[in-house]
Design a protein around this ligand. Structure first.
Ligand SMILES: Cc1cc2nc3c(=O)[nH]c(=O)nc-3n(C[C@H](O)[C@H](O)[C@H](O)COP(=O)(O)OP(=O)(O)OC[C@H]3O[C@@H](n4cnc5c(N)ncnc54)[C@H](O)[C@@H]3O)c2cc1C
Length: 200
């Protein structure tokens, strides 16, 4: 939709002071992209750096690019201006408690201790789940946990005319897996429509 063009109807809303919430690879990617688009970026993560799920090199590169790391902080509230745009985030200061079921020390709020960070954009990168619009608007479609679409080995859903692949099936994965699913689905559709088997 030509979003990189500032004169389009739907330009990218570029933040100047961006806060990214999360500690995974997606959070690191979001930070570094926002930084390269000219923002001052702060990463907010509720545990300490040692518990971050992002790959070590992602963290290293994010630091090298000048991302501010604010660990042991968790957003509590977003404050808005008169237009409803975010102007600040109130963060809960955390401390590490006992290890949880994943073996990582769980973050506990330090009651009553908060910090307010002035921001004009927040990117929340704490996990992905499918947009429920498509799964929920198709009658009789079998859904998995978190509204993913259930498919067979040919990426065909229980509604034989509907195929699905990628994140809507996997819940959040990688480009290469989504592309592979697309190929499989295309071969399945071709077979269904023509009776011909597509190899490879
Ligand atoms: C910040 C970030 C960084 C990532 N980095 C990597 C990485 O380095 N390497 C990697 O392999 N993966 C990465 N991923 C994951 C990767 O982006 C996804 O796994 C992949 O894009 C999934 O492809 P997809 O086609 O299933 O879904 P998507 O790429 O999400 O495509 C779905 C499309 O459907 C459109 N859509 C939704 N609803 C409707 C509707 N009702 N009608 C019409 N269109 C609709 C959406 O607008 C979108 O264009 C990253 C993800 C994020 C968020």
């Amino acid at each position: 939709m030509d979003a990189a063009n500032p004169n389009t109807d739907t330009p990218i809303n570029l933040g100047k002071r961006v806060m990214v919430v999360g500690g995974g690879n997606t959070a690191m990617d979001s930070c570094r992209t926002a930084k390269r688009l000219g923002a001052e970026v702060t990463l907010v993560y509720r545990r300490s750096e040692a518990e971050m799920p992002a790959r070590l090199e992602e963290v290293k590169h994010a630091k090298e690019e000048g991302i501010n790391f604010l660990t042991l902080h968790n957003p509590l509230e977003y404050l808005t201006d008169e237009q409803g745009a975010v102007r600040a985030a109130v963060l809960q200061v955390m401390e590490l408690g006992e290890p949880d079921t994943s073996g990582r020390r769980s973050p506990q709020p330090l009651e009553g201790v908060t910090k307010t960070l002035e921001v004009d954009q927040v990117i929340v990168a704490v996990g992905v789940s499918p947009n429920p619009l498509v799964p929920n608007s198709i009658k009789g479609l079998e859904l998995g946990r978190k509204n993913t679409i259930v498919v067979n080995e040919n990426m065909q859903s229980n509604r034989p005319e509907i195929y699905a692949g990628g994140d809507i099936v996997r819940g959040g994965a990688t480009v290469i897996l989504a592309m592979g699913d697309g190929r499989k689905a295309a071969a399945g559709m071709h077979h269904q429509l023509s009776g011909e088997q597509v190899l490879g």
